[in-house]
Design a protein around this ligand. Structure first.
Ligand code: NAD
Ligand code: MG
Length: 391
């Protein structure tokens, strides 16, 4: 029987890699593709929907619907638009789905997949950072399988196969260090969005690339790791590893460490999630250790990359602080992209949001309430926007 699958954020970097693997594994002959979603690039979305014979294609942008409808005329493929339509399509019966929308905007798709007890391939780390308790409860209540797609968490998940949970001592998340790994703090003041988006090792969407430059991406991953692997803050470490060959490591109670190595290509973790529990052949470059010759490591510098320090603060505070952290970071990045704030100001703005007395009252709210999460998300964005407007 063909597996029913959906891909949310199909037109993005993760989405396109997922479509690529699905096509390599037989496309519509082997899979029954239910829903594909995108946003502005409806030409690509329509092309993917036609190639995979999807039931429905949804754009996040209502103003793009007429164009999508025109592109899908006479194909028999339904089209729809808007956040609600994406959430509704996530409730259509599936066996497996990729959650690869960028930002907290991906939360409803992740929840929809979890609520129908499907396999949730989770690239959208923001879902688990802002709503970890809720998302994991929905997964366990509905017998959904959550498979991390973030390369580090996929690496850890793979290293933990067959291990007893109580034997997990520490996890070490590797970080490339981003484009400003060796820049001085003074040199980072004037960084532009284009410079920040140019990642040295990974080809990714613009926002996650900028998150890698500030190390907010690693900060999100520290919080993601806490939820996924039930770790205490002192069990999660970050190490700079510029070659991005070791994707992360797990230390066990006997002192042994397992590392996951591979070429930096997201089709590795996406393919693992697509084929789990099997390992199918994947089109990844194979490692040549003689050519690599060396792997380097260095401690991260939290003075230049304060996002990491803030992540540990979120781990200690708990409650809804992950939602504040993520939303404030998204709003700060919107301002950075619009030229309204500087590169280093992004972490400062997030720290101010975490310090704010009103937001701190809300942080104690119900972590299982989607309303509480969306309310505090909005409040944190408004707080950051007001700070920027008022200088
Ligand atoms: P991307 O910007 O390339 O793609 C984002 C996708 O989301 C696109 O399909 C876009 O149309 C859609 N989208 C954008 N805004 C939307 C909105 N408001 N509502 C609905 N859909 C919207 O991003 P990406 O690099 O593919 O990253 C996707 C997710 O995967 C992010 O959460 C990112 O952190 C995570 N991730 C990405 C990588 C990577 O290598 N790219 C690695 C690990 C994790
Ligand atoms: Mg990652």
């Amino acid at each position: 029987m063909r597996r029913k699958i959906s891909i949310f954020g199909a037109t993005g970097s993760i989405g396109q890699n997922t479509v690529d693997l699905v096509q390599r594994q037989g496309g519509a002959e082997n899979y029954n593709i239910i829903a594909l979603s995108g946003a502005a690039n409806v030409a690509l979305l329509a092309q993917q929907a036609i190639a995979l014979q999807a039931d429905i294609a949804i754009t996040a942008l209502p103003e793009k619907l007429p164009e999508l409808q025109a592109l899908l005329q006479n194909t028999g493929i339904e089209s729809a638009a808007g956040a609600d339509a994406i959430a509704e399509s996530a409730a259509r019966e599936i066996d497996w789905a990729m959650s690869a929308i960028v930002g907290a905007a991906g939360l409803n798709a992740s929840l929809g997949i979890a609520r129908q007890g499907a396999t949730l391939a989770l690239a959208n780390k923001e879902s688990i950072v802002c709503a970890g308790e809720l998302l994991l409860r929905e997964c366990s209540k509905n017998n959904a399988t959550l498979l991390p797609v973030d390369s580090e968490h996929s690496a850890i998940f793979q290293a933990l196969q067959g291990a007893k949970p109580e034997t997990l001592e520490r996890i070490i998340l590797t970080a490339s260090g981003g484009p400003f790994k060796d820049h001085s703090l003074a040199g980072m003041h004037s960084v532009t969005p284009a410079q920040a988006a140019a990642h040295p090792k990974w080809k990714m969407g613009k926002r996650i690339s900028i998150d890698s430059a500030t190390m907010f991406n690693k900060a999100l991953e520290v919080i993601e790791a806490k939820h996924l692997f039930s770790c205490k803050p002192d069990q999660i470490e970050v190490i700079i590893h510029p070659q991005s060959i070791i994707h992360s490591m797990v230390g066990f109670s006997d002192g042994a460490m397992l590392a996951h190595l591979g070429s930096p290509d997201m089709r590795g973790p996406i393919g693992y999630a697509l084929n789990f529990p099997n390992r199918n052949p994947l089109p990844l470059a194979r490692l040549d250790f003689a050519k690599l010759a060396r792997l380097d490591f260095a401690a991260p510098d939290i003075t230049r990359f304060p996002a990491l320090r803030l992540a540990y603060r979120v781990l200690e505070t708990g409650g809804l602080s992950g939602a504040v952290f993520n939303a404030a970071k998204e709003a700060a990045m919107d301002a950075f992209l619009a030229g309204k704030t500087g590169f280093l100001d992004m972490a400062m703005l997030v720290e101010k949001a975490l310090d704010d007395p009103y937001l701190n009252e809300q942080i104690a709210g119900d972590v299982f309430s989607l309303n509480a999460i969306t309310d505090i998300d909005l409040a944190a964005r408004q707080f950051v926007n007001a700070l920027i407007t008022n200088g």
